[in-house]
Design a protein around this ligand. Structure first.
Ligand code: G6Q
Length: 580
């Protein structure tokens, strides 16, 4: 009963906030400390240093400083960051730190933690850090301390998760829930999938076991829904409809299909209350869909989609690893928030990763970054980071709307090692464009199976070494290789990488890693002077798709497209047996 009441309160507050969307009539005021990077002294210094950087050789840099590995590494919270295999030196690092200072990164960070409206184009605060603040902390948005609101939702999520995990939450026909299907896309999917994969080993806690099945339906492609539900029993299946707006085309299409799929077996619309819960900020739409807002878990407009996996959007994660595991993940994120806030810049992990990344992107001209976790549990980590980094910082204009005069987000991609080694590492080692790599590994495995872990870690270390130092033609020749084959077997080396060697994977460690990358993105966005918290670039395609949908099915008036698009529409219609 209490939960129900709280649910309604949360829903009403959320709805009010959605209705209070700020006016876009007036342009935002960009704080004066947000200076353009190319107007700083440090930028000019770095441009000069880049000439030297492009000629530098890692072999020489390592020979000159025998302790380079120590010089360019930092350690905090069980994470060791070795960035020595980048084409940097002390002077470059000093200039990069000066750039961060001149660009007001520290002031910007303060503004974020203080709940200022740093998402300037949407006129909102950016407070994912409040989602992991401990009970009792005070973080205000527009004068209101939001930490109690966060914990109120977390408590409701915990109570619900315990009921489902213990089997006391029953489906409509009285059976316990054995399958949880999260329906969501983008920020309402990538974090939850990544965290589930990363932490599934920790699901045998809080008196639950790993017998519960977790699925994630995101794509509007009906094949996704079909494959993820084909072997499930509606009587034992709980759907979490995760959508901040509750209007996203893909998610609402999948949610409607899920409701029909459930009711085809359960027959009674009253079953929806037992088999559907919602995670959203939009109580009105949740109600319209037929979900009781008592079963809605809210969050707030100051939580961006790609920064929301630690909000109620993480409900599937909590169902999988239990409230204890989830709060450990939050504690890990909070650890990194505090580190980011308080560690000196030269020992600050997010700051160092951001600055080295920025050096590689702007000054060395490298266009992509491969994230290569040597840990099968992190199989979706690169996909998650793809959104975090590219949606946040893949921008062409500055905060004031003027074009950027520098590079912004690189392309982020990657797969877990060692699989990638047998696929695309050829290009990383001998292709024409160097690809800076982030190697990520845990020293202690969760399951120490025979010799596997040493082999895994040896491979990670070998890749970083091979990329950095390569193999010269002389070395190849000295092995007795025939001269015609020498060029093929030569490795140019001098290719940069970071290595993150962490103690052991746990919910807390995962939380630290996620927040590390979140803050890295923050620092880079801050220096690039872009809004890392909006995503206008995804809008146009959505609008065009809405126009095209009726044209495919035939109900629309005469379409008006370019000849390429029109031709494809006609061909599609013909292949589906529809009239010309
Ligand atoms: C993330 C983006 C985007 C969003 C999805 C889903 O920062 O805003 O990926 O998460 O479009 O949106 P809904 O949660 O509103 O369905």
């Amino acid at each position: 009963m209490a939960a129900k009441k709280t649910g309604k309160v949360t829903a009403t507050k959320s709805a009010k906030r959605v209705a209070n969307t700020p006016s876009i009539a007036s342009a935002p005021i960009v704080p004066s400390w947000h200076v353009a990077p190319d107007s700083t002294r440090a930028w000019k210094t770095l441009k000069k240093l880049s000439v030297r950087g492009k000629q530098a050789q890692l072999r020489t840099l390592f020979a000159k400083d025998r302790k380079r590995g120590d010089t360019f590494s930092a350690n905090a919270l069980g994470i060791h960051l070795d960035y020595a295999k980048n084409l940097i030196d002390g002077v470059t690092m000093d200039a990069l730190h000066a750039l961060a200072s001149e660009c007001g990164v520290a002031r910007h960070m303060k503004a974020m933690f203080a709940g200022e409206h740093i998402n300037l184009t949407e006129k909102r605060a950016v407070l994912h850090v409040a989602l992991r603040a401990p009970k009792g902390a005070v973080i205000k948005v527009d004068g209101e301390n939001v930490v109690p609101l966060v914990h109120e939702v977390l408590d409701r999520m915990s109570a619900f998760a315990q009921r489902v995990r213990s089997g006391s939450w029953k489906g409509f026909t009285g059976k316990r829930i054995r399958a949880v299907v999260n329906i969501g896309i983008g920020g309402s999917d990538l974090g939850p999938v990544m965290a589930y994969e990363a932490l599934k080993n920790f699901s045998e806690r809080d008196a639950a076991d790993r017998s519960m099945v977790f699925r994630f339906v995101s794509n509007v492609d009906g094949e996704d829904f079909y494959e993820k539900t084909r072997d499930l029993n509606p009587e034992e299946t709980l759907f979490i409809v995760s959508s901040k707006t509750f209007t996203t085309l893909e998610t609402m299409t999948n949610a409607n299909t899920a409701r029909a799929w459930s009711l085809a077996k359960l027959k009674n619309p009253a079953a929806v209350a037992k088999h559907f819960v919602a995670v959203s900020t939009n109580a009105a739409e949740v109600s319209k869909f037929g979900i009781d807002t008592a079963n809605m878990f809210g969050f707030w407009d100051w939580v961006g989609g790609r920064y929301s996996m630690d909000s109620a959007i993480g409900l599937s994660t909590m169902l999988a690893v239990g409230p204890t595991g989830f709060s450990e993940m939050l504690a890990g994120m909070h650890d990194m928030d505090e580190h980011f806030r308080s560690a000196p810049a030269k020992k600050n992990l997010p700051m160092l990763m951001a600055l080295v990344g920025l050096w590689n992107r702007e000054f060395m001209g490298f266009g992509t970054v491969a994230v290569l976790p040597y840990c099968q549990y992190l199989s979706r980590f690169s996909a998650y980071l793809q959104q975090l980094e590219m949606e946040s910082n893949g921008k062409q204009v500055q905060l004031d709307g003027t074009p950027v005069r520098w590079e912004t987000s690189p392309v982020i991609w990657g797969e877990p090692g060692t699989n990638g080694q047998h696929a695309f590492y050829q290009m990383i080692h001998q292709g024409t464009s160097p690809v800076p790599c982030d190697f990520i590994a845990f020293a202690r495995p969760l399951h120490d199976v025979d010799v596997h872990h040493d082999i895994l870690i040896a491979n990670l270390l070998a890749q970083g070494e091979a990329l950095a130092f390569g193999k010269t033609p002389q070395e190849v020749r000295a092995e007795g290789t025939p001269s015609w084959l020498v060029p093929h077997r030569t490795f140019p080396g001098n290719r940069p990488s970071n290595t993150l060697l962490c103690e052991q994977l746990s919910p807390r460690m995962l939380g630290r890693l996620i927040a590390l990358y979140e803050h890295k993105v923050f620092v880079q966005g801050s220096i690039w002077r872009v809004n890392s918290f909006d995503q206008w670039g995804v809008e146009l395609g959505k609008v065009l798709a809405k126009n095209i949908i009726p044209e495919l099915s035939g109900s629309a008036k005469k379409p008006n497209h370019d000849s390429s698009t029109q031709g494809l529409i006609s061909r599609y219609r013909a292949l589906r047996g529809r009239a010309k």
